[in-house]
Design a protein around this ligand. Structure first.
Ligand SMILES: CC(C)(COP(=O)(O)OP(=O)(O)OC[C@H]1O[C@@H](n2cnc3c(N)ncnc32)[C@H](O)[C@@H]1OP(=O)(O)O)[C@@H](O)C(=O)NCCC(=O)NCCS
Length: 103
């Protein structure tokens, strides 16, 4: 199962809404004992890590045009019901956050 396009109104960031949305998706997958995949942007990667997602691979897309230096990072992350007991939802995000060095 893939979670896609998750967003919270910026006026309501850091109030737990993103976690609730993501946990709902995890609950649905957990009932069927299937993993959840996500392609995370920087803002989402910390949230998903805090909920037990593990980074499989990091991808950097760079602008190939001469003289252009823009790039964007993505983290391919997976939540596996066999490796992610519910207690992993406790927030250890900052310790394991794959983007914390970018903050
Ligand atoms: C990513 C997003 C959905 C998070 O929603 P949210 O409601 O703010 O998330 P929560 O309040 O549930 O945050 C839970 C935890 O995730 C982590 N987290 C969330 N946003 C973070 C940020 N910008 N930087 C670092 N950690 C962050 C924190 O550990 C946070 O816990 P804390 O507030 O107790 O420290 C929201 O920032 C958003 O809509 N961003 C723009 C769209 C986007 O990038 N979506 C993700 C695409 S993959």
């Amino acid at each position: 199962m893939e979670l896609d396009n998750m967003a919270v109104d910026p006026d309501h960031f850091r109030r737990g809404y993103g976690s609730h949305l993501c946990k709902y998706g995890i609950d649905v997958a957990a009932q069927d004992k299937i993993p959840v995949g996500i392609i995370a942007a920087k803002m989402g990667a910390c949230l998903y890590s805090s909920l037990g997602f593990k980074t499989t691979v990091q991808i950097t897309l760079a602008d190939p045009r001469p003289g252009k230096k823009a790039s964007v990072d993505f983290w391919v992350q997976k939540w596996d019901p066999s490796k992610s007991p519910r207690k992993s939802w406790q927030r250890y995000c900052w310790r394991w956050c794959p983007t914390r060095h970018l903050a």
